[in-house]
Design a protein around this ligand. Structure first.
Ligand code: BES
Ligand code: MN
Ligand code: ZN
Length: 503
């Protein structure tokens, strides 16, 4: 997919359809008004008595054939109140607008008031807003969106953006290209999230993600079971022992400068989480095919990092296994020893994500990561706490978290902190080992996951991102605001993070 700047006469832009952003008011901006002159007033009419009020996600498609516009169609998309518009909402509005348009070439009329609103709110530049817009339009395409009985395959090939006249054309064009790359990476991640567990095993994910990484100029190494035994990854191997599919660990490296910091990205890659012997209830269990969303986001981010070449080293560790209740499975009460020597009493085999991440964090630290970020669909509790439109973050280092939040604003993704007060530490108390993997109490479940992981970061600055809710949107009343299905969340945020760690 490409994204480029509109040049010359807007009416003549060679696209199948225009996307026009309508803020609550409603009012057409100057770019839309210029188009409307060629469209003989059809756009203004849709906003006037046509009922388009600019409510977020409100969508109207118009046919413009026979007017002075080269594009035969337009879609008006509501972006809601400008004082509530952030990059996340803008990106989603673009995806909602373009999804289902069935046009290979889509033009977007970006309005100055929209750019200013998002740029003010998120503290990012106008070129960053343009990048988020290009990503949003490009997200409306992809293999995963073409699955199912009622879906037709739909591909966007080119996004053409108008309304960036105040920007240096070279900078605007570069931002749009980066946005197109972000869309491609996020869609790749979403396709992995969507793929059922019989088609995406630890081995197939490792091979596909390794090829993507190599195409992006990165070093990739796939570790198999024997190698993991040699490394003493007892926690990961404990989770894997209940399945026939063998585990893998995928290690990717981007090398910038040996003197620079090394960011370690550690992703949970459970290709199916049945819960193990602590079996999950059947309702919605099929959604656990997406329990590899953290690893997928890390792999997608690394593909962008390989292309963008930031000045900081990045090391990625993805822990890939199923969590099934086979005859060899881990049993509640079993004790494991993690790579770093810590002993763990497994009180609940369904708290497997933190077990595999324990070894992943330990391994990333061992390989030289100076900063760590873990990304995982770790707890159902995060959906109760925050729902789908935001990622929960916990940290031992507020400065690193601030950089992650900044990366999130550059990416049009939201990150919200949950506390790690010392009172939460009791969740680890065990009578037989250094810690339990799951507390008796269900209170503060998301935080308890982070309290456990902190035991494995070897004092390094670390941020943990719980994406168990943000990785997917299935919430019916959010579907008009957040596109339904897998989101590829944190792919772009993690890709922007390394550049923010230098200096
Ligand atoms: N993969 C789940 C978390 C999850 C739940 C992701 C719902 C997406 C949607 C994780 O492995 C899990 O089962 N966590 C347990 C932890 C508990 C046993 C301490 C949970 O959240 O119930
Ligand atoms: Mn689980
Ligand atoms: Zn899980």
């Amino acid at each position: 997919m490409d994204a480029e700047l509109a040049t010359g006469d807007l009416a003549a832009v060679p696209a199948g359809a225009w996307v026009l952003l309508v803020a609550q008011g409603p009012e057409l901006g100057p770019v839309a008004r210029a188009l409307d002159a060629a469209a003989t007033g059809a756009l203004a009419q849709a906003v006037g008595d046509g009922g388009m009020v600019g409510r977020f996600g409100q969508r109207r498609e118009l046919t413009l054939a026979g007017t002075g516009l080269a594009a035969g169609r337009a879609v008006l998309i509501g972006v809601g109140a400008l004082d509530q518009l952030d990059g996340y909402r803008l990106r989603n509005a673009l995806e909602l607008a373009v999804r289902g348009l069935d046009q290979a070439r889509v033009a977007v009329a970006l309005e100055p008031a929209v750019v200013a609103a998002v740029s003010d709110r998120d503290g990012i530049g106008p070129a960053d807003v343009a990048r988020v817009v290009a990503e949003g339009a490009g997200r409306a395409t992809g293999e995963w969106s073409a699955r199912g009985r009622h879906r037709a395959a739909f591909w966007v090939e080119t996004v053409i953006v108008a309304g960036l006249g105040d920007l240096d054309p070279a900078a605007a064009a570069a931002a749009l290209r980066a946005g197109a790359q972000q869309a491609e990476a996020a869609n790749r991640v979403r396709e992995w999230q969507w793929r059922p567990a019989n088609q995406l095993t630890p081995a197939t994910f490792a091979d596909e993600a390794a090829s993507l990484a190599r195409e992006s100029g990165l070093e990739a190494e796939v570790l198999d079971g024997d190698h993991l035994k040699g490394l003493r990854m007892g926690a990961l191997l404990g989770v894997a022992q209940g399945s026939r599919e063998a585990p893998r660990v995928l290690v990717l490296r981007y090398r910038a400068d040996p003197q620079a910091p090394t960011l370690g990205l550690v992703g949970k890659g459970i290709t199916f989480d049945a819960g193990g012997i602590s079996l999950k209830p059947p309702a919605l269990m099929h959604r656990m095919k997406a329990d590899m969303s953290g690893a997928a986001a890390v792999a997608g981010a690394m593909s962008l990092i390989g292309r963008w070449r930031p000045p900081v080293n990045v090391l990625a560790v993805m822990l890939l296994t199923e969590n099934l209740p086979g005859g060899g499975a881990l049993k509640p009460g079993d004790c494991l020893t993690a790579l770093g020597g810590q002993t763990i009493e497994v009180t609940n085999t369904d708290a497997e994500g933190r077990l595999v991440l324990a070894d992943g964090l330990g391994y990333a630290a061992h390989l030289g990561a100076t900063h760590l970020v873990s990304v995982a669909t770790l707890t159902g509790a995060v959906e109760i706490a925050l729902g789908h439109p935001v990622t929960a973050a916990m940290t031992n280092d507020p400065a690193l978290l601030e950089r992650v939040r900044h990366a999130g604003r550059l990416a049009g993704e939201r990150v919200w902190e949950l506390p790690m007060f010392p009172e939460y530490d009791v969740c680890l108390d065990s009578d037989v080992a250094d810690m339990v993997n799951a507390a008796e109490s269900r209170a503060a479940g998301t935080i308890n996951g982070a309290v456990f992981l902190r035991e494995f970061v070897d004092q390094r600055p670390w941020v943990h991102l719980d994406i168990a809710a943000a990785a997917y949107n299935f919430q019916a009343n959010l579907v008009g605001q957040v596109p339904k299905g897998p989101t590829g969340v944190m792919t772009a945020t993690l890709a922007h993070l390394p550049a923010l760690l230098s200096g």
